[in-house]
Design a protein around this ligand. Structure first.
Ligand SMILES: Nc1ncnc2c1ncn2[C@@H]1O[C@H](COP(=O)(O)OP(=O)(O)OP(=O)(O)O)[C@@H](O)[C@H]1O
Ligand SMILES: CC(C)(CO)[C@@H](O)C(=O)[O-]
Ligand code: BAL
Length: 279
């Protein structure tokens, strides 16, 4: 495995391997969720590139850009074990040099959920992912369903901008106790780590009610919210039942309905989601 820091060198590598690269975009501080994407990428292309870049344009002014966890040495070990050929870890100055002024924006589906809570976030995500697509020129790119809206936004961007890249969405990898793996979990204190289980418990309770025949979204929402509110400190940012394609609100739930939630536990904002009819 090699590490490439320069955009020009990454482009040179990609030029020589056009049509043979799978890309896994990440912000680093890798865990088994990221590794699952890399292992799948290994099966889908001759060369696997994992990008590690804490992208400043997707963070709001009061968000955690500066305190976002970083550890390239540990990331190298995980990526190598997962079969990655190249870590592409550019600098912000190389990605956004002085005079930079171009952004890509997907409109309607970024207006909800994380897009509403984090204004400008998805504009930063789509801009950097489009740049990574141009630099790495992959035939396939893999994203996790933990960031369900992000995956939907990227699919929309790929369709609307005619990127000739297959987008693969991968299942959420969880800790044994149900917490969705996330780099930000490491910022939780032991007490917060325990409280953070309310996200996956809320999903489990809602699915139980759904399997028991409840289809009314208002009633399902009461079940989901009650689990979070049983904990004293976590604060709901959003908890929504949505159509999984348009991300628009629904009154009646069915097997394909998405439950998506974002909850603040201490200073850490965690997200999780599930499709009601899936295990
Ligand atoms: N638990 C997980 N299961 C599957 N995919 C995941 C998981 N966590 C992250 N991913 C995916 O890995 C890719 C890179 O995500 P990112 O580097 O932001 O990691 P993260 O752990 O989600 O960090 P954060 O704390 O910012 O949420 C994204 O496509 C994301 O959906
Ligand atoms: C896709 C991504 C790497 C773009 O910075 C980021 O949003 C993430 O890690 O999910
Ligand atoms: N995984 C999403 C990246 C972010 O929270 O900015």
């Amino acid at each position: 495995m090699i590490v490439i820091h320069s955009v020009a060198q990454m482009q040179q590598y990609a030029r020589e391997r056009r049509g043979e690269i799978a890309l896994v975009p990440t912000m680093g501080y890798l865990h088994e969720g990221h590794a699952s994407l890399m292992v799948e990428a290994r099966k889908r292309a001759k060369f696997v590139v994992a990008s590690i870049f804490v992208n400043p344009t997707q963070f709001g002014v009061n968000e955690d850009l500066d305190s976002y966890p970083r550890d390239l040495e540990h990331d190298k070990e995980i990526a190598e074990k997962a079969g990655v050929d190249v870590i592409f870890a550019p600098t912000a100055a190389d990605m956004y040099p002085a005079g930079y002024q171009s952004y890509l924006n997907v409109e309607e589906i970024t207006a909800h959920l994380c897009g509403a809570s984090r204004p400008g976030h998805f504009r930063g995500v789509t801009t950097v992912v489009a740049k990574l697509f141009n630099i790495v020129a992959p035939k396939v790119a893999l994203f996790g369903k933990k960031d369900f809206q992000q995956l939907a936004v990227i699919r929309r961007m790929v369709q609307d901008f005619n990127f000739d890249i297959e987008i693969v969405g991968m299942p959420i990898v969880r800790e044994k106790d149900g917490l969705a793996m996330s780099s930000r979990n490491t910022k939780l204190s032991p007490a917060e780590r325990e409280q953070a289980l309310c996200l996956s418990r809320s999903i489990a309770a809602t699915k139980k009610a759904f399997r028991g025949g409840e289809r009314d979204v208002a009633a399902l929402k009461k079940v989901a919210v009650a689990v979070i509110e049983a904990e004293k400190s976590p604060q709901i940012d959003y908890l929504e039942f949505r159509d999984q394609d348009s991300l628009l609100p629904l009154d009646k739930a069915d097997e394909r309905t998405l439950l998506a939630l974002a909850v603040r536990v201490g200073s850490v904002r965690l997200i999780d989601n599930s499709i009601l009819g899936e295990d």
